[in-house]
Design a binder for this molecule. Structure first.
Ligand code: SAM
Length: 208
């Protein structure tokens, strides 16, 4: 994929280019990213049971968030991402997790209610609202019960704001409006701040 994809009008092409491009750096950070996620994972395990559960991690990247679920005792963890180079890093780092290339907006290869927990870490702020809505709809469909979103919540450090500017992400609007978006798809949505302007949104699938 050439550098021109960075300027593409198609946001998926641009995103795939950016993440394939930065995959070696992400991979280099490797398990230190995973360690940084520990406080957020603690917030998850305090609120929902992970042990013995089937978990799907969307936009898994190099697999650091998925790995925290495996460490917390999940029975099976499946990571999905559309950037092949991020997945290559994930596969070479975590042999106990399955990784598959796919698009979080369209998970038609997976049946309804096929995972106990469906999660996404630092994915949803990166896409526009209509794409977020498609992803949330798919999360709801394949989940049996819980949805866990790990993402920005509060005031983010300057370095992050610069990266988000380069990524041309939707993070400002995301922080303002995401709870409302979540409430349109799920019940009992709650938001827990952890550190550095990040945190966890936990919601339950509507059963009626
Ligand atoms: C900022 S990275 C986060 C990676 C990982 N979840 C983490 O927290 O370390 C965002 C990831 O989402 C992936 N992604 C974005 N939109 C996607 C989509 N529609 N389907 C699948 N993967 C997607 C990107 O390729 C990238 O690997």
């Amino acid at each position: 994929m050439g550098i021109l994809h960075y300027f593409s009008k198609d946001p998926d092409k641009r995103s795939r280019f950016i993440f394939n491009f930065i995959a070696p750096i992400y991979g280099y950070l490797g398990t230190s990213v995973e360690r940084n996620f520990v406080s957020s994972m603690n917030a998850v395990t305090k609120n929902i049971r992970v042990e013995g559960k089937d978990v799907m991690d969307l936009g898994t990247g190099t697999g650091a968030w998925a790995a925290n679920f495996k460490r917390a005792g999940a029975k099976q963890v499946l990571g999905i991402d559309f950037a092949s180079k991020m997945l290559d890093k994930a596969k070479s780092t975590y042999s106990n997790i399955e990784f598959v290339q796919g698009d979080a907006e369209n998970l038609k290869q997976f049946a309804d209610n096929s995972f106990d927990i469906v999660t996404a870490s630092f994915v949803l702020h990166g896409v526009k609202e209509h794409k977020r809505s498609n992803i949330l709809r798919e999360m709801s469909r394949v989940s049996r019960k819980h949805i866990v979103i790990h993402d920005f919540i509060g005031k983010t450090p300057l370095s992050i704001r610069f990266l988000e500017f380069m990524e041309r992400s939707d993070y400002k609007y995301f922080k303002l409006n995401f709870c409302n978006e979540l409430n349109m798809h799920f019940s009992h949505a709650q938001k827990i701040s952890t550190k550095f302007g990040t945190g966890i949104y936990i919601a339950e699938k509507n059963t009626n």
